[in-house]
Design a binder for this molecule. Structure first.
Ligand code: CP3
Length: 343
């Protein structure tokens, strides 16, 4: 059965579309009271992620409530470390926490390459249920963290402003860092392929901590692993989002991917030059959604004008913040839909 709305897939492939497609990073989650109702009935985030019927339900909520042009499977990038043998906890109001972290060569040797069917079957099941319930209304986005971002969490054990423990390994034990990055990459490729087999229509790789590296280290510790992922995934369109890594736009655009995500600090015209031929995704400032409706309309139109009306997937420059009023998100989405129609 064909998708009824495949705007995102066509835009990702660079085709001209009737209008600009739109979705939001982190659209499934705390901005929606409907999400909080499901989440509050459970012991916590991890129970929601590992219960396929409920994960599917909250994946579809933003499609019904906000009118986005794609769903993104409700999960987290941290399911990969867990599947490799490093479980995480999600601490209320604080974020992820790993009781054990990677410190030594023995720790890296002990990790396994994820066995996707047995360790991540719950995500695959959630994708299958979501595809069935979406009934071809919109495409489903699968995702994973970039190897470097996952590496940061596995060594640091939690969020951090500097990720200096993780970055220390790049200087003190670069070969060990590469071994760990390779294991994460092998797990990630298997995971993304399984998501596609289960029904994901396109995939996005989130390199959320890319921006903390100097450009030369980004070239050696992230880009080669992004390349392996791009070369291995040939089945569906691929988006790479390296937050803060304005210096790497040209090297990511040189990879076999379809779209490059921009954060709100990245200049659109400059990005068009650096990423010639690729579709761009983004990049309204997430805080613009705190503004009045008329200011949101103005900022959204000006963003759309700067991207032009092809090879663009509208989004924010990062995930939507949890205290944003969903009505403001709707103003953004409706503006994209109306203003870009038949341009
Ligand atoms: O709607 C969607 O985008 C799909 C779901 C999704 C989640 N996490 C759910 C989630 C996606 C795509 C992610 C990706 C993710 N997770 C990233 C990459 C994107 C980015 O924001 O840069 C990162 C770095 C993580 C790690 C993570 N997960 C952190 C740092 C936190 C705590 C801070 C926060 O944003 O809450 C999480 C928790 C998390 N992941 C929540 C959700 C809905 C909140 C948990 C809750 O409901 O209490």
């Amino acid at each position: 059965m064909a998708l009824k709305n495949d705007l995102i897939l066509r835009a990702a492939r660079g085709e001209k579309t009737e209008r600009t497609p739109v979705w939001l990073m982190r659209q499934a989650g705390r901005i929606l009271p409907e999400y909080r109702a499901v989440r509050n009935s459970l012991s916590g985030f991890i129970e929601l992620v590992t219960t396929p019927e409920l994960a599917a339900e909250v994946t579809i909520q933003p499609v019904d409530i906000l009118g986005v042009d794609a769903a993104i499977i409700f999960s987290d990038i941290l399911v990969i470390p867990e599947a490799m043998g490093l479980p995480y906890e999600m601490v209320e109001k604080k974020g992820p926490f790993f009781p054990e972290t990677i410190k030594t060569a023995e720790d890296v040797a002990k990790l396994k390459v994820a066995d996707v069917a047995s360790d991540l079957g719950y995500v695959l099941e959630a994708i299958k249920i979501t595809k069935k319930e979406l009934n071809n209304r919109v495409p489903l986005i699968g995702f994973a963290g970039a190897p470097f971002t996952i590496f940061c969490y596995m060594i640091e054990g939690s969020g951090s402003k500097t990720f200096s423990k993780a970055r220390r390994m790049l200087y003190q034990a670069p070969e060990l860092a590469h071994q760990l990055l390779q294991k994460i990459t092998d797990s990630t490729i298997a995971y993304l392929k399984a998501q596609i087999t289960a029904g994901a229509d396109l995939i996005q790789v989130f390199d959320s901590w890319a921006g903390i590296l100097p450009p030369t280290q980004y070239e050696s510790f992230s880009v080669p692993y992004m390349k392996q992922i791009c070369d291995a995934i040939t089945e569906v369109p691929k988006t790479l989002f390296a937050k803060g890594a304005y210096f790497s736009r040209h090297s990511l655009a040189a990879l076999d991917c379809n779209a490059i995500g921009l954060d709100w600090n990245m200049d659109i015209a400059e990005s068009r030059k650096l990423c010639a031929g690729k579709t761009l995704q983004g990049n309204l400032d997430p805080c613009a959604l705190y503004a009045s409706d008329s200011e949101i309309v103005k900022a959204t139109k000006s963003m759309l004008d700067l991207f032009g009306f092809e090879k663009h997937i509208a989004n924010l420059g990062h995930g939507v913040y949890p205290d944003i009023n969903p009505e403001k998100v709707k103003v953004f989405i409706e503006t994209v839909k109306e203003y870009s129609s038949n341009k």
